[in-house]
Design a protein around this ligand. Structure first.
Ligand code: A2P
Length: 341
């Protein structure tokens, strides 16, 4: 496009929306105007955009007139209703919710893995689930060399993935426990402070949670390879920022841990952080506030012929959400794809 785009951030007052605004400002995203949209509850309040303040406007059916690019992070119901209206108004949508991810007409994109899928968008591009993004960033370079056949992943996911209300719930519960008060839980089904919940999202008929099946289905869609078998256990832990994952892979071709380390060191978006003798390995406190996906504890799985174990950590609000969204937007602009087919 010849002029810089008019950009709308939908859900601008939320944990991810604020980070999207921060990322747009930090990366100097070209724009003519930035509109901050949220519910009527927040209309008239302000949010930060670099060193400026933006006044939040209520999201309505008319919000997208003159907007070229809308970055949505306001939950599935809002996306289902408003993303098609935005596209109808001529706007390209990058959506953070799960509403459109598995729609075969909607590309699901991680720029380091499948940037080519942006070419066939029809107005909506889906941003994957946070735990899937960091997983595929680590899997893709290894798959390209050794063909991954099976992945077993267990997650340790931060509360910020549930949004601002869950951050507040963990803070409040810690304070209540230290003051000897009764603990209230409204966001999660059990106390999250000093606990681990092996349930993220609802249970499905196959006894997995929705989050686990998102990881299974989204991984093969993004990797473009239905033959990769994935099984996941997803766990919420009392961490504010940064999702961790224990990842076991089985490959067609044998990879030593040294080879894997060398491949990952060259890969985009990855920081190999792996020196156990110095107690150096990825942790949420290392990855929080950073853009890269940290990979460490790389070692051969001695129980099978061609297997590797690794520990993968990323800031779920950054690479898991806002940064990936803005990277998609940057690519759309670079490839001149900021138009509706
Ligand atoms: P609001 O703050 O006005 O409720 P989080 O994931 O951190 O909970 O943030 C959710 C974001 O989505 C917030 O910006 C919230 O706005 C916004 N949001 C939720 N429901 C709607 C809605 N129906 N219309 C517009 N924005 C919404």
């Amino acid at each position: 496009m010849s002029k810089n785009p008019v950009v709308a951030v939908v859900g601008a007052t939320g944990a991810v929306g604020r980070e999207i605004l921060d990322t747009l400002a930090r990366r100097d995203f070209p724009h003519t105007e930035i509109r901050a949209l949220a519910s009527s509850r927040s209309a008239g309040t302000t949010v930060d955009f670099g060193n400026r303040s933006l006044t939040v406007q209520e999201l309505t059916e008319n919000s997208f007139a003159g907007v070229d690019l809308a970055l949505f992070s306001a939950g599935g119901a809002t996306s289902e209703k408003f993303a098609p209206l935005a596209v109808k108004a001529g706007c390209v949508v990058v959506d953070n919710s799960s509403a459109w991810r598995m729609d075969p007409t909607v590309p699901l994109v991680v720029p380091e893995v499948n940037p080519h899928d942006l070419e066939w968008h029809k107005g909506i591009v889906a941003n994957p689930n946070c735990s899937t993004i960091q997983l595929v960033v680590a899997l893709k370079p290894l798959h390209d060399v050794a063909r991954i056949q099976r992945v077993v992943v267990s997650t340790y996911q931060a509360v910020s993935g549930t949004g601002q209300k869950a951050i507040t719930e963990l803070e409040t519960q810690v304070r209540q426990l230290f003051n000897g008060q009764d603990v209230e839980n409204t966001v999660y089904p059990h106390r999250i402070a000093f606990n681990c919940l092996p349930q993220i999202d609802v249970f499905l008929d196959n006894e997995y949670t929705k989050e686990e099946m998102k990881m299974v289905q989204e991984t093969t869609k993004i990797m473009g390879d239905e033959s990769i078998r994935v099984t996941a256990t997803t766990v919420r832990v009392p961490v504010f920022y940064g999702h961790s994952e224990s990842v076991n892979i089985e490959t067609e071709k044998k990879l030593t841990s040294k080879e894997a380390r060398a491949i990952l060191s060259q890969a985009p978006g990855i920081r190999v952080y792996d020196n156990p003798s110095e107690k150096m390995y990825p942790m949420p406190i290392v990855a929080a506030g950073e853009d890269e996906t940290f990979v460490g504890r790389i070692r051969e799985d001695e129980s099978i012929a061609n297997g590797l174990n690794m520990f993968v950590v990323a800031d779920n609000i950054r690479k898991g959400a806002a940064l990936n969204t803005v990277q998609i937007a940057e690519l759309l602009l670079l490839k001149d794809l900021l138009r509706v087919a």
